[in-house]
Design a protein around this ligand. Structure first.
Ligand SMILES: Nc1ncnc2c1ncn2[C@@H]1O[C@H](COP(=O)(O)OP(=O)(O)OP(=O)(O)O)[C@@H](O)[C@H]1O
Ligand SMILES: [Mg+2]
Length: 259
């Protein structure tokens, strides 16, 4: 179990002319425990920046991120994070299983557990029979699945995903969304998923956090009325929910333009 709380996150980046560009203008929200929280916002608003802050790859200027997990010995170790990127970022000269071992080694998982872990997580993404293959012999969708298995194999407290389906063709993306949703539900994984796609947020998010344009602040937080396994893309009620979410986002944009 893990819990993420972001409080008044403020972050600027220096521009070339020496001035600062405010990216996160005081962002606060709670992620959903044991579920997927979608960070939905327009391009360039700072979603990846926030994910990188949560992953401890960037620092905030003000505010803080609190991650509490009840794993680990006496609560002393840092919460562990798995990261799935837009591109799978695999080591192409290493076999699929060696890519997972690289992550396990990095997290000091004892060697005796490696085989079982690889079996479990490559199995979950449906790629067990490709464990000896090199990534470049796999399709784009399969490589993205390896990226997901590599993030999950360390059994992270939080799974971070930054637009992981956006470079895939429509049908591959649809299948991978469905499988990722099912895997996260089965593992009761606390996850954050960045997207600028309203339909994706409606389908993937147990909680949907809507960001404004830059400088980002949170304009709305919604909990999905449909449980993961009830989200049927062809169901009339679910289509209605997607439409409502799109309308909410459009209204928020309009309000902003008129302000
Ligand atoms: N390391 C950096 N140095 C300077 N500027 C940066 C840096 N990282 C991000 N930015 C700027 O901060 C802004 C927000 O970037 P970010 O990548 O977080 O947006 P995003 O919401 O993820 O966008 P997208 O949906 O296009 O991925 C952008 O204008 C970007 O150019
Ligand atoms: Mg981004």
């Amino acid at each position: 179990m893990a819990y993420v709380h972001v409080e008044q996150a403020v972050k600027s980046f220096p521009r070339e002319d020496g001035t600062d560009m405010l990216v996160l203008g005081g962002v606060s929200f709670d992620a959903k425990e044991r579920g997927i929280t979608c960070l939905l916002g327009p391009s360039g608003c700072g979603k990846s920046t926030l994910l990188n802050v949560i992953a401890r790859l960037e620092r905030l200027d003000q505010g803080y991120v609190e991650i509490v997990s009840n794993h680990g010995e006496s609560g002393t170790r840092l919460p562990q994070l798995g990261y799935v990127f837009q591109d799978p970022r695999l080591l192409n000269w290493k076999r699929v299983e060696e890519n997972l071992i690289f992550a396990l080694r990095g997290m000091d998982v004892p060697r005796r557990q490696w085989d079982e872990r690889i079996h479990t997580y490559l199995g979950l993404v449906g790629l067990l029979e490709f464990r000896k293959q090199y990534p470049l012999y796999l399709s784009g969708g399969m490589r993205q699945r390896v990226g997901l298995a590599r993030a999950l194999v360390i059994e992270p407290d939080i799974l971070l995903m930054d637009e992981p389906f956006s470079k895939l063709d429509q049908l591959t993306a649809r299948k991978l969304r469905e499988d990722t949703l099912e895997i996260c539900a089965r593992l009761q994984q606390t996850a954050l998923l960045v997207t600028h796609d309203v339909e994706e947020a409606a389908y993937m998010g147990d909680r949907i956090v809507i960001f404004s344009a830059r400088p980002a602040h949170i304009v709305e937080v919604l909990d999905n009325p449909f449980s993961p396994l009830e989200r049927d893309l062809d169901d009339v009620r679910f289509i209605q929910f997607k439409k409502q979410l799109l309308q909410t986002v459009l209204n928020l944009v309009k309000e902003k333009e008129e302000a």
